[in-house]
Design a protein. Structure first.
Ligand code: FMN
Length: 314
């Protein structure tokens, strides 16, 4: 399996949805950066469920503990180990459907690939793991902010509250689009030809569960533009990246999330024996996962730029 992200600023994440804890080991962070559990917690609280009536009512505490790599409030340059205990799991919700492959989930492909899987809450395929990315990303964004004034801001596109309410009433779910803006990104980041900044950003975003699309700058709209429009000086239609290298202009991206696969509306599904039946997914699910994703998107972007910054400055 692939659980390590980055080349110089590496983040190794571990843990499953219904295991005892999840966590990350961050290696390559320069010494002397002020970091505290309280600081990391600000970002974890943005991802935490139960923040609004429109997200899942699961009550994941998501309290982070720093186990290593920080002394007297500052990073020491050694591996930073972060742990978040899992609380409020309802494993029984999954027991009844353990032999059924939940539509839209990784259940069937995990079984097919590994021959064995943790069926509780999706195990490793669960987006619970993204809490560890947020914790690690908070370190990267602080470093970049102090060094270069870089700011990461992601928001859910459009007014989707009513659509979410309607979907929820119908025991269904909806998708959503997130707009990411990176202000003051460091200049000259990106390593042609394979580690282009936009390629790494796309890879990072598409590694977030439930993502189905990525655009940078004008994205798909660029295909409909004239060269004379797209090239216009000062209009930044490229989204701040040329030939894979950052120009120092703001970076704009859009990320599409699919509708939450777990819905209580009855759906046709397959089981381990290949039989087809109807299942209704119990449990407390997000009617729109995009609502909780902005901070995850910001964190992945920070991890990409931090890694490239170290490559550029070495
Ligand atoms: C922040 C976040 C929260 C999520 N919460 C849920 C959830 O409550 N229920 C669910 O079925 N899927 C949820 N998902 C999506 C699934 O994890 C994902 O669709 C599934 O693991 C299959 O992966 P794939 O969609 O990338 O193919 C969430 C995703 C994110 C990013």
């Amino acid at each position: 399996m692939s659980s390590i992200f980055g080349k110089l600023f590496t983040v190794s994440t571990w843990g499953e949805s219904h295991g005892e804890a999840i966590g990350a080991v961050v290696d390559g962070c320069p010494a002397g950066l002020e970091i505290s559990e309280e600081y990391i917690q600000i970002f974890l609280d943005r991802r935490r469920p139960g923040q609004s009536a429109l997200t899942t009512q699961r009550k994941e505490g998501d309290a982070v503990k720093i186990l290593s790599g920080v002394f007297e409030g500052k990073t020491t340059g050694t591996p930073i180990s972060l742990i978040i205990k899992n609380t409020d799991q309802h494993s029984a919700d999954y027991e009844q459907i353990k032999d059924w492959y939940r539509p839209g989930h990784a259940d069937e492909v995990y079984d097919s690939k590994y021959g064995f899987r943790d069926y509780r809450g999706g195990g490793r395929s669960s987006a619970r793991e993204t809490a560890t990315r947020v914790a690690a990303g908070s370190i990267a964004r602080k470093f970049l902010n102090e060094k270069c004034g870089t700011e990461f801001t992601a928001i859910v596109c459009g007014e989707i509250e009513t659509a979410i309410e309607t979907a929820r009433k119908n025991n269904d779910s909806i998708g959503g689009i997130i707009n990411l803006t990176i202000k003051n990104p460091p200049k000259n980041l990106g390593e042609p030809v394979f580690d282009r900044t936009e390629a790494l950003l796309a890879m990072a975003m598409m590694s977030i569960p439930a993502t189905k699309g990525f655009e940078i700058g004008e994205g798909f709209n660029a295909a409909k533009m004239l060269g004379s429009e797209h090239n216009k000086l000062g209009e930044n239609h490229a989204g701040g990246v040329y030939g894979g290298i950052t120009s120092g202009e703001d970076i704009f991206c859009r990320i599409a999330f699919k509708p939450t696969p777990s819905i209580s509306k009855p759906q046709r599904a397959k089981n381990k024996n290949g039989e087809i039946g109807e299942i209704s997914i119990k449990g407390r699910h997000d009617p729109c996962v995009a609502l909780r994703a902005p901070v995850i998107v910001e964190s992945m972007a920070a991890l990409v730029l931090m890694d490239l910054w170290l490559c550029q400055s070495k």
